[in-house]
Design a protein around this ligand. Sequence first.
Ligand code: GDP
Ligand code: MG
Length: 452
Amino acid sequence: MVLDRLGEALKSTLSKVAGALFVDEKLVNELVKDIQRALLQADVNVRLVLELTNEIKRRILKEKIPEGLSKKEYLISVVYEELTKFLGGEEGEKIEISKKPFKIMLIGLFGNGKTTTAGKLAKFYKKRGHKIALVQTDTWRPAAYDQLEQLSNQIKVDFYGKKKEKNPVKIYNEFESKLKNYDIVIIDTAGRDALNEELTTELKAINNAVNPDETLLVMSADLGQTAEKQAKVFSENSSITGVIITKLDGTAKGGGALSACSISKAPVKFIGVGEKIDAFEVFRPKNFVGRLLGMGDIEALLEKAQEAITKEEAVDLTQKFVSGRFNLKDLYEQMEAMKKMGPLAKVIEMIPGMSNMSLPKELIEGQEEKMKVWKYIINSCTKEELEEPELLDKLRIERIAKGSGTSENDIRELLKHYKQSKKMMKMFKGMDNPKNMQKMMKKFKGLGNIGM
Ligand code: GDP
Ligand code: MG
């Protein structure tokens, strides 16, 4: 579903932040671009996306970081807060069942999910202890009566309607006295292909008869950004108090409909997320964004951000890496340290004159599995062998392979890697001079996979 996709995109953006070495303007720009891309793909309006991301950027770069938060934590929390605000604020617009009977009228065009949603709403409020009546005033579609009657039976709430009657106002008036006995009365109405005069007139007439406490426009998420226009037209012709976005489970455009309505005068109050009667929820932007980004994931990210090393630590490690004595055990430790520091590319960026270099991808990726195998090998080596890997001859390699459950080839590969790294170490020594560095990078590419 769209929101999964949007969520995935935003999540991976934020993990990038958590995994980054430190927060600088470049990272913020990257983050903002990623968020823009994710939102545009979810069909959010370009102008809205720019407004939102400008605000995120402004806050991250200009605001003073609150006490007790690291820059990374702050950055993640700003994204979280702004997305929430963007979708209508913390709790969103609540419906308070303030009188009896509380009348909710559903309006909208054909096929947007009105009747389904009437059933969903009925179930939603029944579960909360209210006595519910469903009223069908759609005299336009012959099947509408049966559809809502079946839903009523399924959720066991009372149903009112008249199959032969053509005038929706008459239907409502006929049952009005009975409807006084319910806590909540939900009125389904007919749609059309477009909001034409006929529908407008009909809705006005029903509205006058019912005098609803809430008039909710039901719109399918696949309308995308056009949802805004539709909400506008409907609110001009019949006063709506809110919007229900349905079918969020089935389109890549959900972000468009949600954001367009949330920030308009027609706030999203509920969302439909599936065909089943329970696939329905109150729209609470805060929870929604939390789930989009993964609440648990956010916590994990904040933790990860805390664990991530500071710039000083990173420089320290880099120096150790450059000048350190070097044997197999160091190699392993250094590999672990590098892993903690994030991608090698990021480390390189900190070296003066290196920030615009690009490293071959294979240099950086795919080392996790190998690291495991190498750890077994290193554990099977004697202290002597670790300190002087040159000692490893055919016999020793055979022994270690048996002892560690690895293959002789694995060991040879590790040794090759060790030699390459040692070679690279030597080159690294000249790295404070950008010219040497560039020369080195050329050689680097020739070295192939040196695995860091
Ligand atoms: P109406 O013409 O506005 O009354 O629309 P209906 O309630 O008859 O719904 C039209 C179609 O949309 C039906 O096939 C519903 O099952 C489907 N539908 C409604 N809401 C949702 C939703 O949230 N998700 C999905 N996937 N389908 C929905
Ligand atoms: Mg219907």
